[in-house]
Design a protein around this ligand. Sequence first.
Ligand SMILES: Cc1ncc(COP(=O)(O)O)c(C=O)c1O
Length: 382
Amino acid sequence: MDAVSEAGASEIMREVNIRKRFALHYSIFNINYSIVNEVNDLKELCRKNIWELSPYSSARNEYSGHVARVFLDANENPYNAPYNRYPDPLQQEVKTLVSKVKGVPVDNIFLGNGSDEAIDLPYRIFCRPGIDNVVAIEPTYGMYKVCADINDVEYRPVLLDEHFQITASKLLDACDANTKIIWICSPNNPTGNNINREAIEEVLQKFNGIVIIDEAYSDFSNEKPMRAELRKHPNMIVLNTMSKAWGCAAIRLGMAFASKEIIDIFNKVKYPYNVNLLTQKQAIEALKDPFAVDKWVKILIQERSQLMSTFLELPICEKVYPSNANFFLAKMTDAQSIYDYLVEKGIIVRNRSRIQLCGNCLRITIGTKSENTELVGALRNY
Ligand SMILES: Cc1ncc(COP(=O)(O)O)c(C=O)c1O
């Protein structure tokens, strides 16, 4: 075999191995897609105790087939409806709406107590404490490292370049046989930019473990969301949240989209009633009106572009970085003292100066027009 066809063959084998490893079945709106009908190697990636775990079976899980009227199974109090009853452990009504809005089948959706839960669970499912490691872009959202530390999993940050971009080979070079997860946040926090799609695709094709793409801010981006590519990438988990574009940070509802096999493991490991009734109710209300969100997003993107232009005209602003999120990063002449000055005026932005590649940077979340005007007014008087 010549060198070129040898390289081609090894690429194909790598792809085949990833597909074999995950051997996944996708259920897309009642049609089951089976990519490979071989023994599921997801088992190899999982911690043994998790693979073998018998999950807690809640009272509400155990009956089926009849319309229930009298509930004497869960040691609940019969008074104080509706708060006396445990909520739906698998949040079917919320998931049906999420499925409609996001275009992802119900079987491929996990709902959790904020993205925090969806960030923590993969560590508990895939990473053996003190043995396995994860790789992540740097700088990025801080919770990936906090959860790694809590779970005693080595965290390997790989520095972005000066344009806040990364190559697949840099991320893959940081991996070894014990690397279980690669974290990519896109649009990235705190840099605000999309991570280039070719690098993400290459990592998904070449890495033999789990790749998690956090798309918390993707509603503010013009790039096609990765959740649309679920069927193509059996090793991908995509994270979304109700906390940003949906304006529901208080209710704590995060989502993970992945193969049915991965979602089934998430559901096995999560606390039985991880999303409370009030959150489910409020999420249903919000998800019934996606047009309100479209309107907010449009306004916020417009405000973002105006505020970024205004920042560029401020003598105390040295650079504004491109953004695909509901915030942007601005390099200032003296971030700490500008931050302190704004705090005194009752205006709080995020000082990111101590973060790698973000020296003298403030991270500005886009507010309402009047909030943004107040910020600019204060900065003009600095
Ligand atoms: C990239 C990213 N993911 C997730 C979150 C948190 O989402 P949640 O409120 O759903 O926990 C944040 C919050 O700032 C974030 O920046």
